[in-house]
Design a protein around this ligand. Structure first.
Ligand SMILES: Nc1ncnc2c1ncn2[C@@H]1O[C@H](COP(=O)(O)OP(=O)(O)OP(=O)(O)O)[C@@H](O)[C@H]1O
Ligand SMILES: [Mg+2]
Length: 346
């Protein structure tokens, strides 16, 4: 136990943790227990990678500090806590020498304005990417018609039927590309808002999905039936929820449980505006989780972890949710993935 440091650290308002040479937790102060909702005693001796999830950035910061034997700060560190999901923190790692070598970690919850600026920048970037893709899809779609038509004409002129195999490849591939381009070019219609009940949306999604998936997949409902109606585009919201729930069902390969949860949320900031009330919809599954290397990118178009996926489901969901001035986020680890959609009420 690094008694040399702890009496002072106990009183700090900053969340602090000490790791030993094996990156096992040697100490954490009350502020850290509070920040991560962890009990210090039960964690002493536990590897830091077990106490948290998504530790990739933390590992990198620790390595930097140890390799250079100097203090290192990561200003935008995402770290998964078992109690609170993903937290955004500023983290400083400092190597210390006492009876053994220790690493001191200080955590500061990320500045709210910085977090908002980061979200805004990400949204701008994704919107720019989408525009680029739409334009590109448009450019590709037009000549495809010509290529397909020319292959058909050629086929009629070919005397050897064996050669049709080649023109058929051109025609089939042109059709496949055209279908993909059409998915990229979904019409950007303005939403038609009307008062709607979010549970009706979820029930539609449940019945649509029931027809697609095997019986071993359980869809449980955990609705707050006292939710007031919200103003939204029913068809768009069905599409949003369907894409999220379908992904969960696909990730679980037809076995597992999906929970559809609704709650009221108070005082939330969505698209830079504070709302007194919002509707929170969560889709929670107990599948394998989103692969870590995809987690920063799943809202980008054409990013997919499935061999037959187009990587467009979540892109479209994010587009529709932002047209409702809402937000869509997720938290994922093996065994539990939770997508949260927030839609403003007041
Ligand atoms: N609940 C989930 N569990 C595990 N992985 C998920 C989950 N939801 C999304 N993913 C991952 O995110 C990727 C992107 O999802 P998205 O819906 O955008 O595209 P897709 O499902 O691959 O293709 P499309 O929806 O266009 O047919 C998925 O391929 C999958 O790897
Ligand atoms: Mg999908």
């Amino acid at each position: 136990m690094p008694d040399t440091f702890t009496p002072t650290l106990d009183h700090l308002a900053t969340a602090v943790m000490l790791l030993d040479e094996q990156a096992h937790i040697a100490y954490l102060n009350p502020a850290a227990e509070n920040l991560f909702a962890l009990s210090g005693k039960s964690l002493i001796g536990c590897p830091v990678q077990q106490a948290f999830t998504h530790t990739g950035q933390l590992d990198a910061a620790m390595r930097q500090a140890l390799d250079n034997n100097a203090c290192f700060t990561e200003y935008d560190l995402a770290l998964g806590s078992h109690a609170h999901g993903r937290l955004h923190l500023r983290c400083t790692a400092t190597p210390l020498q006492a009876d053994k070598r220790y690493l001191l970690l200080e955590f500061h919850p990320m500045d709210r304005s910085l977090k908002l600026a980061r979200e805004e920048q990400m949204l701008d970037q994704t919107q720019a990417n989408r525009l680029l893709l739409r334009n590109l899809a448009h450019e590709i779609k037009n000549p495809l018609g010509g290529i397909r038509g020319a292959a058909q004409l050629l086929e009629q002129e070919l005397e050897k039927p064996a050669l049709h195999e080649y023109t058929q490849v051109v025609i089939k591939e042109a059709d496949r590309l055209r279908a993909l381009m059409e998915k990229l070019l979904v019409p950007q219609q303005a939403p038609h808002f009307s008062a709607l009940n979010i549970h009706e949306v979820l029930e539609r999604v449940r019945s649509l999905l029931r027809a697609e998936i095997p019986d071993e997949l359980v869809i449980r409902r955990d609705y707050d039936t006292s939710l007031p109606p919200l103003l939204g585009d029913q068809e768009q919201l069905i599409q949003v929820m369907l894409n999220i729930v379908r992904n969960a069902a696909q990730a679980m390969g037809g076995h597992g449980t999906i929970i559809l949860r609704t709650r009221i949320a108070r005082r939330v900031t969505l698209m830079k505006k504070m709302h007194r009330l919002a509707v929170m919809v969560q889709v929670i599954d107990n599948g394998p989780g989103i692969p870590e290397h995809l987690q920063d990118k799943i809202f980008y178009p054409l990013v997919s972890g499935r061999p037959d996926g187009h990587g467009l489901g979540l892109t479209l969901a994010q587009d529709y949710v932002s047209q409702h001035r809402g937000s869509i986020e997720f938290d994922s680890e093996p065994g539990r993935t939770c997508f949260t959609v927030m839609l403003p009420l007041l």
